[in-house]
Design a binder for this molecule. Sequence first.
Ligand SMILES: Nc1ncnc2c1ncn2[C@@H]1O[C@H](COP(=O)(O)OP(=O)(O)OP(=O)(O)O)[C@@H](O)[C@H]1O
Ligand SMILES: [Mg+2]
Length: 355
Amino acid sequence: MPLERLQIDAVRCLEAVDVELHPHRNYLFGLNGAGKTSFLESIHLLGRGRSFRTRQTARLVRHGSDGLTVFGEVRSGDRRHRVGVSLAGRELTVRVDGEKTLGMAQLAEVMAVHVMGSRLHRLIEAGPSERRRFVDGGVFHVEHAYLQTWRNYRRVLGQRNAALKRGLSGAPLTVWTQPMLTAAKAVNAARERYVEELSDLVELVGGRLLDQPLAIVYRPGWKQGITLEQALGDSLERDLRTGFTQVGPHRADIDIRMEAGSVREHASRGQQKLIAAALVLGQVRLFGQRTGRGGLLLVDDPAAELDGESLDRLLAELEPLETQLFLTGLSERALRPREGFPVFHVEQGRVEAMV
Ligand SMILES: Nc1ncnc2c1ncn2[C@@H]1O[C@H](COP(=O)(O)OP(=O)(O)OP(=O)(O)O)[C@@H](O)[C@H]1O
Ligand SMILES: [Mg+2]
């Protein structure tokens, strides 16, 4: 599913970009503030309907413009899809082959985008919600129906919380607890299956990147060794007091440990970046295994925060991927581009292929 051509109009500092891309590897170099990350954000917007830097797409609109457009041509077997995302005023329009679409699933069907950006370490450092989002995104990319499963859970959880706030208990509360339990089991089962496969890949890649063993365990959001029914029973009093369901998949996390202990407390900043990179690489590889498709991987400034040896290890892990790679850096010195692949120079909002 490589992106063969990309046109960007008025995204941050990028004015009018029109480039032909390589199906395996593309390099972008430029100084700070040149627009490298903005270029990757544009690709992300095209594949996922939003940026990876902000949730507010309006922030991406170039100052002085009243909207933005990103357009791409994506190869799929012997077909070519035209994908476009535009924001005019507050309205985001997504088109696939000329047809307006509302569903992210349709976008993801055409191009699956993964990203290693400068906020990558947050996957390790931040609270569980970042990691849940990561797992949910991964499950969705290999199993599009999961989006509905997850939304359904959010809905019935909200209903149960509303019932708790009204002070319902006993049978009237059970009316809301039952659908929540059913939906919770579906979410949990999908995530458990996914993390089980993912963890093998992440432990393998992470072990190589860190040069020490890494262990990953999925925590479903309630106490180990008991069922969710039991956990809900145990927390009923607190649920009623707080008006909020204390246990369930909305409290899930993945626990990652290195030799010294939990990575959240023990990994250095550079190690956090490598561990998070292993998570993304695991996800990319699992996506490939499960769907037989390559997807796109945006690697923003991998040289930042990594020593030479760590960077080389990371680049070596990217080598065998059947993915369309986009790599950025300050200069060719920081990230020696492989021969035979295009290098783009980014300067003052312009992106030019170097010859
Ligand atoms: N909405 C906007 N309109 C115009 N310019 C913007 C907007 N938002 C950000 N910018 C500017 O666009 C540039 C975008 O920089 P970007 O983050 O893409 O650079 P970069 O090449 O990734 O730099 P770095 O190497 O520092 O990461 C910055 O100079 C920023 O000030
Ligand atoms: Mg940047």
